[in-house]
Write a protein that binds this ligand. Structure first.
Ligand SMILES: Cc1ncc(COP(=O)(O)O)c(C=O)c1O
Length: 316
């Protein structure tokens, strides 16, 4: 890979000094970031035992809030973490935090729920007796433009996505070690981020986003069996279906990925981020987003605008 090309991550945001002074929600308190702390006995810190959601605020509306809550509540139920509040309680906490920061647009939030503070520094979940720890970090956040101009360089890595009976990739858990190892391996290969395969060697996902290719006018992504059930992934699939763009959730190999006309990543932060190269092989004949990626970027923007208008009209 060309070492002279500036490296990116899929979460590169424009520098914003205001983020040094944000207020953070910690279990009902709103604290300056320098005072926002959790215990060293917290299950999230000690064991990665917690779940989180990344969401974006557009004109006062948390985009696709219900989808994010479905995933969070499903994950917490599956691992017996009692969030201690319902969806409305979470929305109120988000609204309170946004108001304390004077934020309404171009905001990214990380909502974290852990099993809470442990009595002793051991693994057993029974030792977490305090009730959950809930933290909301909101930052002023705009993806850097260069991400969309240059695209991301991926490297296929030895670290794979596992079977659901090890640690189901659908858990947006605090422990992201599987993804972090993948990302480190990609960096060692001189790329920006990792392209991860499934246990059968089919192309699955990247360490932080879902992965799509475009081949001969059709959009392909993995079956979804070994990757995060991304909210943006599903929106892109739905948009393809409602706009007569052929879309397939299927097994495919690096052979098809290398020969793709376009490739892009999806995630709440970056929406659809173009992929420039995989394992040093340039994808497509264009720079930045290819024509179908651009079309999907436009459709997704319109979808967000409609969703935000609809939610704001319900509020008023
Ligand atoms: C590993 C992984 N894949 C994909 C995604 C994208 O999901 P979403 O579109 O819901 O932001 C995330 C985001 O949390 C993730 O952690």
């Amino acid at each position: 890979m060309d070492k002279n090309v500036a490296s990116h991550t899929t979460h590169d945001a424009e520098a914003d000094q205001r983020n040094q002074d944000i207020k953070i929600y910690v279990n009902g308190d709103i604290l300056h970031r320098s005072d926002a702390k959790v215990s060293v006995y917290d299950s999230g810190f000690m064991l990665g035992d917690g779940m989180w959601e990344g969401m974006r605020l557009y004109n006062g509306v948390w985009a696709f809030f219900d989808d994010h809550m479905d995933r969070l509540f499903n994950s917490c139920k599956a691992v017996s973490i009692d969030i201690g509040m319902d969806k409305q309680g979470i929305l109120d906490a988000l609204t309170q935090t946004a108001a304390a920061n004077g934020m309404s647009s171009d905001v990214h939030c990380r909502l974290m729920v852990t099993r809470g503070v442990k009595d002793k520094p051991f693994q057993h979940p029974e030792l977490s007796r305090s009730g959950p720890t809930i933290v909301i970090i909101m930052e002023h956040s705009k993806p850097v433009a260069s991400l969309h101009k240059a695209g991301i360089r991926l490297a296929t890595v030895p670290q794979i996505r596992g079977l659901p009976m090890t640690q189901d990739a659908k858990y947006n858990s605090h422990s992201k070690l599987n993804c972090i190892i993948g990302c480190l391996q990609a960096e060692q290969a001189g790329a920006d981020e990792a392209l991860m395969l499934d246990p059968n060697g089919f192309v699955n996902t990247t360490n932080a986003c879902n992965f799509f290719i475009v081949r001969r006018g059709a959009v392909w992504t993995s079956t979804g069996d070994y990757c995060m059930n991304g909210v943006t992934r599903q929106k892109v699939i739905d948009l393809c279906r409602s706009n007569d763009i052929p879309v397939f959730e299927k097994n495919y190999s690096l052979y098809e990925a290398y020969g793709a006309d376009e490739a892009f990543l999806t995630g709440t932060f970056g929406a659809q981020t173009p992929v420039a190269e995989i394992d040093g092989k340039k994808i497509g004949g264009h720079d930045g987003a290819g024509p179908i990626t651009q079309r999907l970027q436009g459709l997704y923007k319109a979808l967000i605008n409609d969703h935000v208008d609809e939610m704001n009209s319900i509020k008023s």
